[in-house]
Write a protein that binds this ligand. Structure first.
Ligand SMILES: [Zn+2]
Length: 232
């Protein structure tokens, strides 16, 4: 294998390494939780908290209602017991019973509202959790593919690293240095293939002389982009 051919092989290896590394970084990025998944989880958590809040409220209102009902019962028993003779005390008892009755009515309305709120919160929780399950399942399925791709990419990159090592050991140091300098200046592509008189690095037609030299196996640079031309 001539040095130019080896240099072109090195270019192919480096191009593939660059592409595989780019894809690997995308694959790793895609394994993070998506916005949709995070939003669905947030919605489900909010729904659970809202339901809990309404249930607590319902319990507090019900407890208060029970205590009001019991208190009114005691006051009524006392009022009708015949033991209270003092008109002021009888009048106070009657007022207290009326006041408790008003409070009871208000509480019953609030309990009804709380029950409606609980029903709505339960429906929202169910919807949110079902949506979260769907999104989580899709995400999990995708993860399996991504893990597999990550593994394949890692193996390929390992192989390429070995091939690269072997390849550069056969290229003269001076040529290798030129390749590396050019590669840095030309977005990672130092060697361009010459196909139908067109440099594949810049897509422009190169001169007749350069085509002849490249075909003869001489090291020539594209007169447009400066890359080393390879006619293989
Ligand atoms: Zn060119």
């Amino acid at each position: 294998m001539g040095h130019l051919q080896q240099l072109f092989r090195l270019q192919q290896i480096d191009t593939e390494i660059r592409e595989k590394k780019q894809r690997l970084s995308e694959v790793l990025q895609a394994q993070k939780e998506t916005e949709a998944l995070l939003a669905a989880r947030q919605r489900a958590e909010t729904a659970v908290a809202t339901l809990q809040k309404h249930r607590t409220q319902h319990k507090q209102l019900t407890d208060e209602l029970n205590s009001i009902v019991a208190k009114r019962k005691r006051s009524e028993q006392r009022l009708y017991s015949g033991n209270v003779k003092n008109p002021k005390e009888l009048s106070d008892l009657q007022h207290e019973i009326e006041s408790l009755e008003r409070r009871r009515s208000t509480l019953e309305d609030q309990i009804l509202e709380a029950m409606i709120a609980i029903e709505e919160a339960e429906a929202e929780k169910e919807t949110a959790e079902s949506e979260l399950t769907t999104i989580e399942n899709e995400w999990q399925n995708r993860q399996a593919y991504l893990k597999e791709e990550q593994h394949t990419l890692a193996l390929r990159l390992h192989t390429l690293a070995g091939e690269r090592q072997k390849c550069i050991s056969q290229i003269p140091e001076e040529l290798l240095n030129e390749y590396q300098t050019l590669s840095q200046r030309k977005n990672g592509t130092a060697v361009a293939q010459l196909k139908q008189n067109i440099c594949q690095g810049c897509r422009l037609t190169v001169s007749e002389q350069q085509i002849r030299d490249a075909r003869a196996g001489k090291k020539v640079h594209c007169n447009n982009c400066g890359r080393i031309l390879y006619s293989g």
